[in-house]
Design a protein around this ligand. Structure first.
Ligand SMILES: [Zn+2]
Length: 126
């Protein structure tokens, strides 16, 4: 199976479980759970960059980030990105070349975003 297939299945599974969790919440309570946080890993259609989306079924707000950390204060509480989701985002970013892992980082864990050259107007092109 190709890497892309695996990623696709991974993403679909994440979307499906998020949906299942949402539906389950509605079925079991018959009303919105008081603190219904849904977290998921998605990819932008236009460039394939992965991002984390969090939504709260109580205050109906949602948040997205491509960073490995997200802490949200809402509904009188503070929620942080689940660790397993953070790991999956990091792994996907490394796979896609958005994030790099040095030799040392591979051993001790961790990674760094790729430093992107900012394309600016260049006089040399005129
Ligand atoms: Zn909320």
């Amino acid at each position: 199976m190709s890497t892309l297939d695996t990623q696709y299945i991974e993403l679909m599974a994440a979307a499906a479980s998020a949906k299942a969790a949402e539906e389950q919440g509605h079925i079991t309570t018959g009303a919105l759970p008081q603190f219904g946080m849904n977290w998921g890993l998605f990819q932008y259609q236009y460039d394939g960059r992965p991002y984390i989306k969090a939504s709260c079924s109580h205050c109906r707000q949602f948040w997205t980030t491509g960073q490995l950390e997200l802490t949200i204060a809402h509904c009188g509480q503070v929620d942080s990105m689940p660790e397993d989701l953070r790991d999956r985002l990091e792994a996907l970013q490394i796979k896609l070349g958005i994030r790099v892992q040095s030799f040392v980082e591979k051993i001790i864990g961790g990674s760094s975003p790729v430093k992107q050259a900012v394309p600016g107007p260049s006089l040399a092109s005129f």
